[in-house]
Design a protein. Structure first.
Ligand code: BG6
Length: 474
């Protein structure tokens, strides 16, 4: 499956995302032979950040050198570098971008498809989209849109209206890079390709689910972005809710975009509006001293919440979500804990702690990922004593990683192929903002936590009578 010939335009090409992910990702796709036979990549930015073609190539080389998987050298790099050019664009003066795109199209020949990747700050989003519409550049083109998609329901609707005035929904690719991670996509294979798991994947058998993405990094100097965003908007309403969609959806009738998005959106429609009393907002000590952070900032750097899905599969099963900065470890975990069977016959045999720690299926979607099933087993010896045992599937140990793509690489490729399966829909996003309204209107105060901890103390209360699986597998 190779995409049609393309001219890819990165709006925001001198920014952080382009440097860290997009340029290195595109170079990896080129090396892996996954870019179209003929392509050009045009970088764009406001005139104030304008660079010449050569300078842009040098920036790309440095980006690949620092963040890429292979050094920018040899014939593959040369070919990639030659495909790069730059065209500045201000809403009032898009001429240099227009000229660069025309030149790139001439170089590719025929009528290549245009793909815009909008790696621009939210404030610039509307004007860039309007400019693409007004210049005609958007005609027939696809567009990749970065998160955060709005800050609440009203702003998301405005953004969607702006987008849809220029691009119809079939050409809009809203990115949530968690959906491009191999081991997140594997949730679909695990659930729907195996008779072992799907039959127990419901309220009859599962007592609670945790979606836990602690990060050890702090805001890394990104106060400008983070102060106006916070963990709920940056991580929960986006990445963690999208994961929840995959974990909770009904089997889709086919693995195509329409069926997958429909099933995910149905989960979102069944989500109960968030109850602020079931949310803990935290802020790490020292956050208010970070450069660019207001001395009395109320922005949360941590959020944990309990959500419920009111449908036949999940009614009564709490989903606990947690994410935050400056925590003890950086992890990506989805854990399902099964209902305990009556352990009466084993009463003397099961250590309490062992019993509480087992009966879990833990999906670790750190790249490349692993899945661990924990259960009780008889310890060797004359007596019936139960201990915790594990079965582990390790992605790296089980499959060669040669063809593995990183999330951004995977998603850019899917957008070039025109497959929206792993992208979010307007309806889905609107619904997520809608269920978030009660929390956004009435957020509980932020509670301080020590950097390097697992968050504020009150998160234990939130999950009672259950326990967080991290850090010690309970
Ligand atoms: C980004 C957030 O979308 O995801 C960051 O803006 C966060 O704040 C990052 O650190 C986490 O992504 P990953 O793939 O490293 O877990």
């Amino acid at each position: 499956r190779l995409p049609d010939d393309h001219v890819i335009v990165i709006c925001g090409a001198t920014g952080d995302l382009a440097r860290r992910k997009l340029l290195p990702g595109l170079f990896h796709l080129a090396r892996a032979g996954l870019l179209p036979t003929r392509y050009r990549i045009v970088g764009s930015a406001p005139a104030a950040d304008s660079v010449g073609d050569e300078e842009f190539r040098e920036q790309a080389r440095q980006a690949v050198d620092r963040f890429g998987r292979a050094a920018p050298e040899g014939p593959q790099w040369q070919a990639f570098e030659e495909a790069l050019s730059f065209g500045a664009a201000d809403p009032g003066d898009p001429a240099p971008l227009l000229a660069a795109v025309r030149e790139a199209e001439r170089a590719v020949g025929g009528s290549p498809r245009r793909l815009f990747h909008l790696a621009v700050p939210p404030v610039a989003f509307g004007s860039v989209v309007k400019m693409l519409g007004a210049t005609g550049l958007a005609e027939g083109a696809r567009v990749i849109v970065e998160k955060p998609f709005g800050t609440d329901l009203a702003s998301a609707r405005v953004l969607n209206d702006t987008l849809h005035a220029v691009f119809d929904e079939s050409r809009v690719f809203r990115i949530d890079h968690f959906l491009g991670k191999e081991s997140v996509d594997n949730i679909l294979a695990l659930r729907f390709a195996n008779g072992l798991f799907e039959p127990v994947w419901n309220r009859e058998h599962i007592s609670h689910v945790q979606i836990d993405v602690p990060e050890s990094i702090d805001i890394q100097g990104r106060a400008g972005f983070f102060e106006g965003t916070g963990t709920f908007r940056d991580m929960i309403v986006t990445h963690l809710f999208q994961l929840l969609g995959f974990v909770a959806m009904e089997p889709p009738s086919a693995l195509d975009a329409r069926s997958l998005r429909e099933e995910k959106d149905k989960v979102f429609r069944s989500l109960r509006p968030l109850d602020p009393a079931q949310v803990v907002r935290g802020q790490y000590e020292g956050y208010r001293n970070e450069p660019g952070v207001a001395p009395a900032s109320d922005t949360e750097t941590f959020a944990a919440l309990r959500v419920e899905i009111d449908n036949w599969r999940w009614a009564g099963v709490p989903f606990y979500l947690r994410s935050g900065k400056a925590l003890a470890e950086g992890r990506h975990m989805v854990t399902l804990t099964f209902r305990q069977p009556p352990l009466r016959m084993f009463r003397a045999a099961a250590h309490d702690s062992a019993a509480a720690r087992s009966d879990t299926l833990a999906i670790d979607f750190d790249d490349p990922g692993r899945i661990t099933a924990r259960f009780l087993a008889k310890e060797p010896g004359p007596e019936m004593r139960l201990g915790t045992a594990e079965m582990v599937f390790d992605y790296a140990g089980s499959f060669a990683q040669d063809h593995a793509l990183e999330a951004y690489e995977h998603l850019i490729l899917e957008a070039m192929l025109g497959d929206q399966s792993l992208f979010t829909s307007a309806d889905g996003i609107n619904r997520l903002w809608e269920v978030s309204e009660p929390l956004l209107k009435d957020p509980p105060p932020v509670e301080p936590y020590t950097p390097g901890s697992w968050g504020p103390e009150s998160i234990q209360r939130l999950v009672r009578p259950h326990h967080w699986y991290l850090p010690d597998g309970r």
